[in-house]
Structures are given as C-alpha cells and as structure tokens.
Design a binder for this molecule. Structure first.
Ligand code: SF4
Length: 382
C-alpha cells in the first residue's frame, strides 16, 4: 500500500460530502457559526438517525456528521435544510467558506460583514477561486483568528480602522462596512487573476497587491483558553469530537457558537457546565494533543491516532503541543507543531520536531512505547 496520502484538493461540504472509512462525512458550514438550541438538538438527532452519532468540530469552525450511509444522504440533506443549515446550491456552499470570530455581538462589524458575505455567496457574487479559498471575519478590537487558515481577512487595525487583508501580507487596506464586500470580491478576483488558488500562494509567487494595501495590521491575541467570557462559556471536547448526547446536553444550555479551536462557546452561559464529556479545565493535558480520526475511520489512515494521543497527553512536555496524524496529509494541524507523529503502518510512527506531518522525519518507525520514552526524556531535559 502506498504511504503517500491522496490530496483531494477540496473540502467536504453538506452538498458535496466526502467518503471516508466510516461512511460519508457531511460538513455543515453553520450560518454565522451559531446553532440555536433547536438546530443543535435537530443535528444531534439526525447524527443518530442517519450516521454513527459522532460529530467533529473542524479547524475551520464547521461541524461534521460522520458515518452517513450514502444511500440515505438525500433524506439527511432534506432534514438539514428544514433546520436552515443548507445553502441554496453547491456553488453557494463552496463560496460561503467563512470563519467567524465567535465573540461577536449582534450588529457589530463581525456580525454585519458575515451576513453581507453570506448574501454575496448565495448570489455567487463572491468569486469561486478554489474550494479551499476562505474568509476570516475577525473584526473585534484585536484579531484572534490569525493563526487559523484563511485567504482573505477582515480585521481591525490598532487605530480602530477596519481592514481588508490578504493572507501572508503585512499590510491591509482600510475599508468601511459599506465597501467591505465589494473590496473582498475585488481581492478574491485579484488572486484568481494571478492564476493562484490561495492568496498566500499568489504573494509567495511574487505578485504585488493592488494599490491601497498600505495600512499596518496589528498582531493577534493568543488563542483564547477555556473559561468564562462576557459572551459565554468556552468549553472543549477531546480532539474536537463529541457524541450526539453531548450535543443535545449542550443545546439545553443555550445557543452554541462554533470556533476553529475545536471549542464551543455556550452563548450567555455564566458558569462552566458540569458534563463529563467536556473539557473545562484549561490545564487539562488533552488540550496539548491534536489528532485526526486516523485508521480505521479514515480510509487513508495508516495507523491509530486518538487512542495513542490520549495515552501520551500526560507526558507531552509542558508548553508544547503534540500532533498525531494518521498519514502525511496532516488534516488535524495544517501548520507546524512542536512534535508530530505521522503513522506509517499499524503501531509505527515517524517523529517530526517543529514541523508538519509531511516534513522529513527526525526519527522513523517508532513504536508507541518508544515514543512515550522519548517524550518523558524530553520533559525531564533541563
Ligand atoms: S491526516 Fe488523518 S484524517 Fe487526514 S487523510 Fe490522513 S488519516 Fe485521514
């Protein structure tokens, strides 16, 4: 069997699901990144009725239903459409690739721009650059999504001005609420005109942004930790995976905002919930590990991932992150991690320091016991 992962070059949606080892993956681009309690209960019920009852939070703030029987997909889509969670067509779904800063408030710039971009996606006014091309709407006082993948960003400069930014560029273009979507459409069209599929690729190839991108961006806040915020309670699930029962229990606590950090913000909650399947302690070692579904859930997986990550979490050196990947594609962490384990065969992993899952390994073919020993020694090193 080849160890080279298949790069499909597109992300699954609801109208264009992807076949995985455990059935279809149906990914919901939840409007505004917000599920009402009725929608969350409905999705949980559909995950049990049509799938294997498991749901994933993606690193773009989407929600995936897993294990869907291809023969019953149409019934699922109809039911999701009744919950107002399905776009008018596949072209609109592909264009509406929006990552939304979860602490938005009704009527603020993030809320307003997300609604405007949604309208532009439904009418196909947003250019179809590529199926991975996406937008981060991050217009709070200081950005929080800069570490999360996007091509075009809406941010606020240190002087309070609203900026349009291309991924990979140090400067942004001042815009207003009224010009924001028109300017974003022009920037996406510029990327496409460069013959690129991603904004960063165009800049890496030496393209120069159009005039006006001359205002300094400000650096982002670090990714928020679990806890209470004015907007609600931020909680996590191990590996961003939850079962339908957990989603139902969360729905009883309030509307849910999805984040790209595999955390959920329970809107308006003033105390942390006491649900055993949730992580609410920011010091929990499971927050130091990320892992994709791996084998056998993913057909490309070369080895098991989440069980190993769970066992290793306690020995990951403090302040570091461990990524366990089922193959070199590295879906769970597209960027470099302190330590990455890439499965190459059952119970065999390559180890990469400060790199991605497809980087040249520092150590090859390690067993789980050898990895645990390596991590313990690293943690003890001065
Ligand atoms: S990284 Fe994991 S989820 Fe992605 S293709 Fe490989 S095994 Fe599958």
């Amino acid at each position: 069997m080849s160890t080279v992962p298949v790069i499909k070059g597109w992300c699954p949606g609801a109208l264009r699901p992807m076949l995985s080892g455990d059935g279809l993956v149906v990914r919901l681009r939840v409007p505004q990144g917000r599920l009402t309690p009725a929608q969350a209960r409905g999705v949980a019920e559909l995950a049990l009725r049509y799938g294997n009852g498991m749901l994933d939070l993606s690193n773009r703030g989407n929600l995936q239903l897993r294990g869907i029987d291809p023969e019953r997909r149409e019934g699922l889509i109809d039911a999701l459409r009744a919950l107002a969670l399905i776009d008018v067509n596949e072209g609109a779904e592909r264009r509406r690739n929006l990552m939304v800063m979860p602490f938005w408030q009704a009527g603020d710039d993030t809320d307003h721009l997300t609604q405007q971009l949604t309208v532009a996606a439904q009418s196909h006014a947003l250019p179809a650059v590529s199926s991975k091309f996406g937008y981060a709407v991050d217009a709070g006082a200081q950005p929080v999504l800069q570490a999360d993948p996007a091509d075009i960003r809406f941010e606020r400069a240190a002087d309070g001005r609203l900026l349009l930014c291309a991924e990979g560029a140090e400067m942004g273009k001042p815009i207003s609420r009224d010009t924001a979507v028109t300017e974003a459409i022009a920037l996406a069209a510029w990327v496409r005109a460069q013959g690129a599929t991603r904004a960063a690729h165009a800049l890496e190839a030496g393209a120069t942004l159009p005039p006006g991108f001359d205002h300094p961006r400000q650096s982002a806040l670090s990714t928020p930790t679990l806890g209470l915020y004015p907007a609600g309670a931020l909680v996590a699930c191990a590996f961003g995976q939850m079962d339908a029962e957990t989603l139902t229990a969360l729905a009883d606590l309030g509307p849910l905002r999805l984040t790209p950090w595999r955390m959920v913000l329970i809107e308006g909650a003033t105390e942390l919930p006491d649900l055993p399947s949730l992580i609410t302690d920011a010091a929990d070692p499971l927050l130091r590990v990320v892992a994709c579904i791996g084998a056998p859930g993913c057909a490309q997986g070369r080895g098991e991932t989440r069980g190993l990550a769970r066992r290793l979490a306690a020995v990951v050196p403090k302040g570091q992150r461990l990524h366990v990947s089922g193959c070199a594609k590295g879906c769970a962490a597209p960027r470099a991690t302190d330590i990455t384990l890439t499965a190459t065969a059952p119970a065999r992993y390559d180890l990469i320091q400060e790199g991605r899952a497809d980087a040249p390994p520092d150590l090859r073919g390690l067993s789980p016991a050898a990895i645990a020993s390596y991590l313990r020694k690293s943690a003890d090193a001065p």
